[in-house]
Write a protein that binds this ligand. Structure first.
Ligand code: GLU
Length: 432
């Protein structure tokens, strides 16, 4: 045979996506659990692109899957493409024919399955699983178009690549006995199998497009950060104990495939946002700013030459309030808007009472400031309130809305400083 079997000693796992679609949440979770298992055991992680379906496999999906994995930080030790290995599958099919274990059916090759046999395997997650071969039809190994059937190329490769543990989605359980029969026929030792629970949406149905974003790249575009998404994905079917925020490195040290749940995991968007928010807080402001710049530029909120220092200040100010990077666009967008206006519905809700007199007084006093910082703006504000004889709350709220078009957000003086003196005054004057 062209490729000798690798020694099956150290742990070697693989993630084997078919490039017929984007890397979705379920695939990413499978990749992650394999990756963590490899790291936990000091083993190797193989990426195998299962592009045997030449019609449906697309190079752009292959690229997107690899980009998404790299973005998540799931690097691989070895890379294979099944479309480059057709010759190997053909050789093994021929060998089975020569040995009388498979037969030709036209140009296809079929494995004969003996009836009334129990096929057992001890699933790493689900325990003992038994199938009877009465439920299993004869198996196509090579299709009539010369391409291998999924299970056959999968088994040949898992054997030749020395895969010790096959960790994959529960939807593959029924393929496992068929694949065990193929290992047997070829005289290979079968690896251990572990089938991960399904991921459900909050509606209890299987995660699908209907649920919303399922592609990892959508989450990337939505402004999730990879560390946050990875941490959330690891909680889908596994629990690192009482600590939910656990960076990947530490998680690998704790990870045990035997501790993965049998029952379906529920994808909870609110939880994902919460986990991501923790990572946003942990990310140094400089790095967070680097991540935000392209998003802000894409939104047309930031030009090529922008003031880095004031942008960093704004990021610092909002950091503790962001679930995702996109939230910054929404919450801090008012800082960048060129033609700022308070939308009619926000005006109607918060700027009903005409406060032109109070706003003019405040604007006038602020314009006299030499140093426009937190302390000086606050002092001016307090003095104006005292002079007007009103409660500070009566002025804080409308001023905040006039400056930021929102009734909630960072401290009022933070907002003023982030806007700078000129824009603060211009917005106060434009309010009524
Ligand atoms: N290409 C298969 C899939 O994407 C891989 C299944 C397996 O891991 O064996 O579902």
């Amino acid at each position: 045979m062209s490729t000798p079997a690798a020694p099956a000693s150290a742990v070697k796992v693989r993630f084997a996506p078919s490039p017929t679609g984007y890397l979705h949440i379920g695939g990413a979770r499978t990749a992650l659990f394999n990756w963590m298992y490899a790291k936990a055991q000091g083993g190797k992680f193989v990426l195998r692109v299962e592009d045997t379906d030449l019609e449906r496999s697309k190079p752009e999906f292959e690229k997107e899957i690899m980009d998404s994995m790299a973005w998540l930080g799931l690097s691989w030790d070895e890379l294979y493409k099944q479309s480059e290995r057709f010759e190997i599958y053909r050789e093994y099919a021929e060998k089975l024919i020569t040995e009388g274990k498979a037969v030709r059916d036209g140009t296809a090759v079929i494995l004969k399955v003996d009836k009334s046999r129990d096929i057992k395997f001890d699933d790493l997650i689900r325990g003992l699983i038994v199938f009877n071969t009465d439920e299993i039809k004869d198996q196509v190994l090579m299709k009539s178009d010369g391409s291998p059937a999924y299970s056959f190329s999968c088994v040949v490769d898992d054997a030749l690549m020395g895969i010790t543990h096959v960790i994959r989605g529960e939807d593959h359980i029924s393929n496992t006995p068929k694949q065990i029969l193929m290992y047997e026929a070829m005289g290979f030792k079968a690896p251990k199998f572990g089938h991960l629970p399904l991921i459900m949406g909050t509606d209890g149905a299987r995660l699908s497009k209907r649920f919303g974003a399922v592609a990892v790249s959508d989450y990337r575009k939505e402004g999730f950060i990879p560390e946050g998404l990875v941490n959330y994905l690891m909680l889908l079917g596994w629990s690192p104990g009482n600590q939910e925020i656990l960076p990947l490195k530490n998680a690998c040290e704790k990870f045990s495939i035997k501790k993965v749940n049998k029952t379906a995991a529920q994808f909870d968007m609110e939880k994902l946002k919460w986990v991501n928010a923790q990572y946003v807080k942990l990310t140094p402001t400089g790095k967070l700013t680097d991540l935000l710049v392209p998003i802000l530029q894409e939104e047309g909120l930031l030009g090529e030459d922008y003031d880095r220092a004031s942008l960093e200040k704004a990021v610092e100010m909002f950091k503790s309030r962001l679930n995702t990077l996109r939230d910054f666009v929404e919450r801090a967008g008012f800082l960048f808007a060129r033609d700022f206006t308070v939308p009619a519905d926000v005006r109607a809700g918060h700027l009903m009472k005409n406060m032109k007199k109070e706003f003019d007084l405040l604007a006038g006093r602020l314009s006299g400031l030499e140093v426009f910082d937190l302390a000086s703006t606050e002092k001016v504000f307090r003095d104006v309130v005292a002079e007007l004889g009103i409660a500070s709350g009566e002025l804080v709220h409308p001023v905040r809305v006039a400056l930021s078009a929102s009734a909630v957000g960072p401290g009022l003086f933070d907002i003023m400083v982030a806007l700078g003196k000129d824009r603060t005054i211009a917005r106060l004057k434009a309010a009524f």
